[in-house]
Write a protein that binds this ligand. Structure first.
Ligand code: 2AM
Length: 179
């Protein structure tokens, strides 16, 4: 079995810029620069044939390149406790359309529909039951974060494996297929 998700890779300077703000919250598990990404569609554990179906459907998706801009910061809570802090993504209709097409491709490949609303973000750190007060300063410091836009010309099927120091993500394939 292999744990999969579709997402957008972040590159060079943007990674470095986020690494530079990856500090200042006690007990936070900061995402390593090479693991920073925007999730488009979480798939979960599938077997090899299911992965082939999913990749086959995704390979048919064609789209015009579009800009993505990271902007603002926020957090997720579960039961009043902070589980993650993240950077936001400026609304971009082409991004929402791409996400919808990947969702449709996953469902055509036999995956159950995603119930959650799409809230594009880049998770910067995860916490175990953080108190809201612990992330307040980080959020205040990064609420005006705004990155230089980057152009999205492909999306990526990532696999995720659990290592000693957290998850590692590997780009299994990029779509549209290169070459
Ligand atoms: P996160 O960044 O908000 O934690 C790989 O695990 C990616 O898939 C992560 O970026 C994570 O989002 C997302 N993810 C993990 N489990 C998920 C789930 N059950 N439903 C939706 N997305 C999930």
């Amino acid at each position: 079995m292999i744990r999969l998700f579709f997402g957008l890779e972040l590159l060079g300077e943007l990674r470095m810029r986020i690494a530079a703000i990856s500090a200042g919250i006690d007990r936070a598990r900061w995402v390593a620069p090479e693991n920073l990404h925007i999730t488009l569609r979480f798939v979960g554990e599938v077997d090899e044939p299911a992965m082939e179906y999913i990749a086959g459907e995704a390979a048919a998706i064609r789209f015009e390149p579009f800009p993505v801009t990271l902007s603002g910061a926020g957090h997720f809570e579960r039961g009043g406790r902070v589980s993650a802090v993240w950077l936001g993504v400026e609304p971009e209709p082409a991004l929402a359309r791409l996400r919808d097409r990947i969702e449709a491709a996953a469902v055509r490949a036999g995956q159950p529909p995603e119930g959650r609303k799409f809230r594009p973000h880049v998770t910067v750190a995860r916490l175990n039951r953080g108190r809201p007060g612990e992330v307040r300063d980080w959020l205040a410091a990064n609420t005006l974060f705004r990155a230089v836009p980057f152009t999205v010309a492909h999306f990526t099927l990532f696999s995720s494996t659990l290592g000693r120091s957290g998850s590692n993500y590997i780009a299994e394939c990029r779509f549209p297929p290169e070459g």
